[in-house]
Structures are given as C-alpha cells and as structure tokens.
Design a protein around this ligand. Structure first.
Ligand code: FAD
Ligand code: NAD
Length: 471
C-alpha cells in the first residue's frame, strides 16, 4: 500500500496497543498503516517502560544477591564490582532486540510503517509530519488512536531527566546516586527504588497515602511489601506530602510535611524521581479539528466497542479508560480489530492481572479485601505462607504468602493476592481460575507438581474452605 491510497485502518501510535493492533489487522488482511513518531516501535513499554525496567530489576537483583546472599548457599565469591555502563548496555540490547522484532513482524504481516507525527485534518484524514522531513496525508476508512501516556509532572519541580527524573531518566542514570528521593510509592516508585537501592543508593520513598503499592494492591499485602522492602534498606515516609522543592544547590531539597500533625522536614538528595502516576497523552493530535474531547483526566471518551462519537475512530491503551498496563493495551488491540472485522470482541476487565517486579514480586488479580468490604460481599480468606512451601525453602527464598478471597456462599474465587518469589508467573494460574469462574475447591483439587512454588497457591485455595495440609 502507498500512503496516498485509502487505508482500511490507520493507527496512530506504535506502542503495545498500536503495534499489536497493526499486526492483528495485517493478519486479518486489512490494508493498514501504523504511524509512530518515536523513530522506534514498541512505545513506552518496550523503549522506556516494562522492558528496560525489568532488565535493570533482574540484573540489579542478581548483583545484590551475589553481594549478600551466596555464603549460606555454599558459593564463595571474590571481588564483586558493579559495571553500570555494561548493565545499561545489557538493558539496551534487550530493548533493541525486541523493538527490531516488532519491525520484523510489521513486514511479515504487511503493515505499512510510517515514521512521523500524526494529527487529524479531517474525520478520515491525518497529516503526518515525517521524521525524515516533509509531510504526507493518509486517509483511513477506520482510524485507531493509541497514543499512550506520559509521566504526570510534579508542580514546581522541573524535570531534566538527570537530577529530577521521571522513570525515563531513572532507567538511564549514568552513575549510582548516593541518595535518591522517590515521590510516589506506586509501582514505578517501588521498582525503581529497588533497582537503585540494590546498586548502592540510599533511597527514601515519600508516599502521600498511608499505603504503598498504588491503586489495587491489597492492604495486607502492601503492608507486608513495605516491611520487606524496608528490611532491604529502602526508607519510607507514608502519609507524607511533598510541599515543594529547590534544585538550585548541589543537593536537591524537598520540603515534606506529615499529613497528620503537620510535622515538616527537608529531605536532601542527589536525584529525585517523580513517580506520582501517568496521564493520557493526546497533545498535538488535533482532536479539536474533528470535535473529539477528553474527560477531566485527559482520557479519550469511548463506548464499549472503543468507539468515539465518530464511530470509525476508536481508542485503546493508556490514552483511554482502565489500568495503564501493557497487557491490557494488548487485549484491547485484539478486541478492537475484531470489532472492526467481525463486529464483536472481548476483554474481561475483571480479570486483568497486576504485577510489581520487586523482590519478592507482588501480583494480584480480581478484587482485594478493601473492595469486597466496600461492596458488602461476604468472603472467606485462605492464606499460605511461602515459609511452609518446600520449594521456597530449598531456594532459601521464603518471604511472602498467597492469599485467596472466595465468595462465602458459592466458594467462587473473587480475588488472588500474592507476595513472593515468582508471584508474577504464578498469577497467570490465578487469572485463568478467575476467568473460568473457578471455585477455590476447583483449584485445591487440581494436582500441582511437587516441589513447586505453585503448591502454595493450591494450599491457599484449600485453606479458603478447609485447612491447608502443610501449615
Ligand atoms: P505507549 O506505549 O505510550 O505508546 C504510544 C506511542 O504513541 C508512543 O510510542 C508515542 O511516541 C506514539 N505517539 C503519540 N502521539 C503520536 C502522534 N501524534 N503521532 C505518532 N505517534 C504518536 N506495564 C505492564 O503491563 N508491565 C510492566 O512491567 C510495566 N512497566 C512499566 C514501567 C515503566 C517505567 C513505565 C513508564 C510503564 C510501565 N508499564 C508497564 C506501562 C506500559 O508501558 C503501558 O501501559 C503501555 O506502554 C501502554 O501502551 P500504549 O500503546 O497504550 O502506549
Ligand atoms: P501509580 O498510580 O501506580 O502510583 C502513584 C503513587 O504516587 C500512588 O501511590 C499515589 O498515592 C502517589 N502519589 C500521588 N501524588 C503524590 C504526591 N503528590 N506525593 C506523594 N505521593 C503521591 O503510578 P506510577 O507508579 O507512576 O505508575 C504509572 C503507571 O504505570 C501505573 O498505571 C502503573 O500500573 C504503570 N506501571 C506498571 C508497572 C508494572 O506493571 N509492573 C510498572 C511501572 C508502571
């Protein structure tokens, strides 16, 4: 397809939402063009989000473990040194491999890839300022907006991505800061705090609420995560407001105030990470040219089938409603293409897992205790600690537990909350159980291999309606 030929589908944004939709559309035989301004496919997730952060989390964990956790395992190591430049290179290699992979998949599935910035000039037409210079116009029978999100700025703190950073700067620091203050104890804050604390920084996390972990995390699990991360050396100031900052001196000064009692103090650090959430990104799209609006949080307004009030224009991913997660964007991408080609699609928003890739990991799906209490649902709780799991014991990695919440009357699983080694992998089993409407007894009567961490999942299910065997 050439750019001047009318396309069946024009996709704005080549992040997870956009690129998955493009591949799927190509597979369905649609004439599809995907426009991306970054110069690289994969969006936030592959370039500055999920992938680079996990590369750093994995390698910083390995480094930390070699430093502090080998003796009891019978491994005596000599001089251990951090080579941060190489650690960053290893991260970049992972990113480059994956983004090139997406480009390959575009070719394989006949997706036309245009590098440039798109904006609406008509209801079926976008103008693209090409990255290599010049501009072009592309028309589409259908248009899919997948322009993603950006870090929410903190008023009064100017981001330079060197000393005052968002996650983008935090995954690319050139040296380990002596001290780091993280504003916001959500997922980004805690993952990045883990990385830099393991590499030697003294990290303080300032959280506005009384609970860390961001929205959705079960309060009991969040408390446990805070305790474990504190033991690892991260300092927490919860129920604390950042009032303002001053970056003019050698150290950055942050004025903070306790929410209760109003006690004030000044925190000094070399690097400040702003991690107070992300907001939809639709700047420069020219939505006003076609009369499309966003809500008070900047999210594009859509119906159940992802349609704006112009039904041939759909929106998916971080720039619209729902959790800002890559796998949510991916599900929506497939569903949106199915709506276009078949008239029906499916995403179960009640069964989208969340994972925090700290060590131990925290993972959950479905409802937490706070939510069940608020809706006055009667539920049973089954828990099983990893300290009673044989595999966790053999691995000398026993912190955490599995917690299953099931309907008191029907035993149907309502929520699964795990803090522990490999929680992010184990939650797939929980998500499947939730999706299939399993009862906790269904899970408990499913044979799990021994010795595996997943046995903790089975035993927590057992404890929901009966008693665990090993605890
Ligand atoms: P994006 O990935 O933001 O992609 C949108 C793309 O659109 C961008 O590449 C942008 O350049 C392009 N674009 C915007 N406007 C235009 C325009 N006018 N013309 C052309 N192109 C345009 N999620 C997880 O599920 N797991 C994780 O482990 C995880 N880790 C994360 C870690 C960090 C540090 C961050 C910041 C995020 C993380 N996320 C994670 C969230 C995840 O990255 C997002 O949910 C996901 O990227 C959303 O995909 P998207 O396609 O909607 O948006
Ligand atoms: P978040 O919403 O998860 O957490 C932000 C935290 O900052 C909350 O705990 C909030 O109470 C706190 N906060 C807000 N304003 C504050 C203030 N003024 N002072 C102190 N604390 C304040 O947001 P995030 O951690 O920035 O992450 C953004 C998005 O990226 C989320 O949707 C997240 O799901 C996604 N993400 C996911 C992963 C993952 O899946 N592993 C990793 C990174 C990011």
């Amino acid at each position: 397809a050439t750019e001047t030929e009318q396309q069946d589908l024009v996709i704005i944004g080549g992040g997870v939402a956009g690129y998955v939709a493009a591949i799927k559309a190509g597979q369905e035989g649609l004439k599809v063009t995907c426009i991306e301004k970054r110069g690289v496919l994969g969006g936030t997730c592959l370039n500055v989000g999920c992938i680079p952060s996990k590369a750093l989390l994995n390698n910083s964990h390995l480094y930390h473990q070699i430093l502090h956790d080998t003796k009891a395992r019978g491994i005596d190591v000599g001089d251990v040194k951090l080579n941060l430049t190489q650690m960053m290179k290893s991260k970049d290699t992972a990113v480059a491999g994956l983004t090139k992979g997406v480009e390959f998949l575009f070719k394989k599935n006949n997706v036309n890839y245009v590098k440039g910035t798109a904006s609406f000039t008509g209801e079926h037409e976008v103008k693209v300022n090409l990255s290599e210079g010049g501009e072009t116009s592309i028309t589409g029978k259908n248009i899919l907006i997948a322009t993603g999100s950006e870090a929410t700025p903190f008023p009064g703190l100017e981001i330079d991505e060197k000393r005052i950073v968002t996650s983008t700067g935090a995954i690319a620091l050139e040296k380990v800061p002596e001290t780091m203050t993280v504003i916001g104890g959500g997922i980004i804050g805690l993952e990045m705090a883990s990385v830099w604390s393991r590499l030697g920084a003294k990290v303080t996390v300032v959280e506005f609420l009384g609970q860390i972990g961001g929205p959705g995390m079960d309060a009991e699990i969040a408390k446990s995560a805070q305790k474990i991360l504190k033991k690892q050396g991260i300092e927490f100031k919860v129920n604390t407001k950042v009032m303002g900052g001053d970056a003019s001196g050698e150290k950055i000064k942050l004025e903070v105030e306790a929410a209760k009692g109003g006690k004030q103090e000044t925190l000094e650090s070399d690097v400040v990470l702003v991690a107070i959430g992300r907001r939809p990104y639709t700047a420069g799209l020219g939505l006003e040219n076609i009369g499309l609006e966003t809500d008070d949080k900047g999210r594009m307004v859509i119906d159940q089938e992802y349609r704006t009030k112009l039904p041939h224009i759909r929106v998916i991913g971080d720039c619209t409603f729902g959790p800002m997660l890559a796998h949510k964007a991916e599900e929506e991408a497939v569903a949106a293409i199915e709506y276009i080609t078949k008239g029906h699609g499916h995403v179960n928003y009640g069964a989208i897992p969340s994972v925090m890739y700290t060590h131990p990991e925290v993972a959950w799906v479905g409802q937490n205790e706070q939510e069940l209490k608020a809706s006055e649902t009667k539920y049973n709780i089954g828990t099983f600690p990893f300290s009673a799991n044989s595999r966790a014991k053999t691995n000398l990695d026993t912190e955490g537990m599995v917690k299953i919440l099931a309907d008191a009357e029907t035993d149907r699983i309502l929520g699964i909350h795990i803090i522990g080694p490999n929680a992010g992998e184990m939650i797939a089993e929980g998500t499947l159980a939730l999706e299939y409407g399993a009862s906790s007894e269904d899970v408990a009567r499913t044979c799990h291999a021994h010795p595996t961490l997943a046995e903790a999942f089975k035993e927590a299910a057992m404890a929901t309606y009966s008693k665990a065997v090993h605890f």
